[in-house]
Ligand binder design. Structure first.
Ligand SMILES: Nc1ncnc2c1ncn2[C@@H]1O[C@H](COP(=O)(O)OP(=O)(O)OP(=O)(O)O)[C@@H](O)[C@H]1O
Ligand SMILES: [Mg+2]
Length: 482
């Protein structure tokens, strides 16, 4: 287990901050790891991080302390993630790219071009018998959609999870980069596709979270393949809309950015509040950002966080919030390991995405493992009756597909039970009506019978009477009287 390393960087005061508030700053340096921060009410707080980069810090130092160990790890098949976090205009993109990704001034070059140089240098000094290949992917999360910056037709990439490879972006473009110059050209064309807008806080404000993924594959002399993934994340900054003056589309972007950053905060809180048990829920799935960063925040990754801040008292509230976020993140533990070298053939097999049928079969196999054969047969029948279709492309991963099918099965069963209960209620009320009708009929029959009995007595009486009358009439005297 390793803790996330957390660094803090203060950019120089901007000309606007100097104009509005002079040269005053809200921090007092203690040493290279600790400083005292003064909030708006002049209250002081001490903060310590793995390293603090003050206003005059060099881009090269940031790379060396924060990124170099992670770059070396990636070449040795240990996954790594570098995240820049902070308020809008705090220097995240500057730290990541420099003034521009194609910046030639060695002093100003940001982390990205230095990481590219570092990767190729590490490969050069590695065992000559190993063959290396570096692949690059770039995506941005814009308005909660993952867009491929190297192929804009892929504008809603699905996030999947593999047991072996961790979090994956399904179908994302991967290009092989052969040298640093080639890499910078590709990075530059991808960055040109990124959503950027002008706000009152930043002329070139990132309106999306940008994710750069370098995959370093090494083929060892015994033909086995090792893979290390290096992910760099330039987050969009949190913003107070009254300060940025966001309106219309920019306002909508700001709301989405703030929402996903608040989910990131919730994930960090969940990870650092008390012991994390298997059962405790970490809301990774509440945003695309946290889902993609799932490995970086608690999984197989060595992770570094750069908290970028303004030193101006005008931004003290936002700076304090960034510092508190960083202080919390320091407690997160990840479990990076050397990704096991795999047989090239096995690797190839794994790279091939399973077909729809294969996936359905695998889901049913998993159901069979957990349920009786009869249950599974019943479920299959129910699926057919309910018209449940397996559509693997809509599932993020097999695990969620399984959960999804199970949930749908449970809800189908619940529905069936509800229908049954309803039918029983209907039958009961029909039964009651029938019973009432039968009782009425019985009563009627009884009356009818009584009436019938009366009628037969009457008939008998009338028969007797008519017999009597005809008998009386048969007397001669009476005939004469008549
Ligand atoms: N360390 C630094 N040295 C000199 N200038 C800097 C430094 N950090 C940032 N800047 C300048 O500050 C401005 C804002 O920086 P940047 O665009 O990197 O902010 P951001 O954190 O990415 O903001 P957003 O969240 O809006 O994208 C830019 O003009 C940049 O050149
Ligand atoms: Mg930016």
């Amino acid at each position: 287990m390793a803790n996330i390393t957390v660094f803090c960087r203060f950019r120089p005061l901007s000309s606007k901050e100097k104009r509005d508030n002079g040269d005053s700053v809200c921090i007092r340096s203690m040493d290279s790891e600790t400083f005292v921060f003064k909030d708006e009410k002049e209250e002081e707080f001490a903060f310590s991080f793995d390293k603090v980069f003050y206003e005059e810090s060099l881009q090269a130092d940031v790379y060396e302390f924060l990124a170099l160990p992670i770059v070396r790890g990636a070449v040795n098949a240990v996954n790594g993630t570098i995240i820049t976090y902070g308020q809008t205009g705090a220097g995240k993109t500057y730290s990541m790219e420099g003034p521009s990704i194609l910046e030639l001034d060695d002093l100003k070059k940001g982390l990205l071009p230095r990481v590219v140089d570092g990767l190729f240098e590490c490969i050069k000094s590695a065992d000559k018998s190993d063959k290396y290949r570096i692949k690059l992917s770039m995506v941005e999360i814009y308005m909660e959609k993952v867009r491929d910056l190297l192929d804009l037709t892929k504008d809603n990439i699905l996030i999947k999870e593999s047991k072996v490879q961790g979090i994956l972006l399904s179908g994302v473009t991967e290009i092989c980069i052969s040298d640093p110059a080639d890499a910078l050209q590709s990075l530059s064309s991808g960055i040109a596709n990124r959503a950027v807008g002008e706000t009152q806080m930043n002329m070139a404000s990132s309106r999306s979270h940008c994710i750069y993924i370098f995959t370093v594959q090494s083929e060892l002399s015994d033909k086995r393949v090792k893979t290390g993934k290096l992910i760099l994340v330039d987050l969009a900054g949190s913003e107070k809309v009254e300060k940025t003056g966001a309106e219309g589309k920019v306002l909508e972007e700001a709301k989405t950015i703030n929402k996903s950053l608040s989910v990131l905060g919730n994930v960090i809180n969940a990870l650092t509040c008390g012991p994390t048990t298997k059962a405790s829920h970490i809301p990774y799935r509440d945003s695309k950002l946290t889902r993609i960063l799932q490995d970086a925040l608690g999984g197989n990754s060595r992770t570094a966080l750069l908290c970028c801040c303004s030193p101006s008292p005008l931004n003290a509230a936002e700076t304090l919030s960034t510092l508190r976020f960083g202080a919390r993140a320091k407690h997160i533990k990840t479990s990076p390991f050397v990704n096991r070298a795999q047989d090239k053939l096995a690797k190839k097999h794994e790279d091939v995405a399973p077909t729809k049928d294969e996936l359905c079969e695998r889901i049913l196999i998993r159901l069979r493992e957990r349920l009786d054969v009869e249950d599974v047969e019943l479920l299959e029948e129910l699926f057919i009756l309910e018209g449940i279709l397996f559509d693997p492309s809509s599932f993020e991963d097999l695990e969620s597909a399984y959960e999804d099918v199970t949930l749908r099965t449970i809800s189908s069963l619940q529905q069936a039970v509800e229908e049954l209960v309803f039918t029983i209620e209907e039958l009961k009320s029909e039964n009651r009506a029938l019973k009432a009708r039968m009782e009425a009929a019985e009563r009627f029959n009884a009356l009818h019978k009584e009436a019938g009995e009366n009628a037969s007595v009457m008939r008998k009486i009338s028969n007797i009477l008519s017999f009597f009358i005809s008998w009386v009439r048969s007397f001669p005297l009476l005939s004469m009287l008549k």
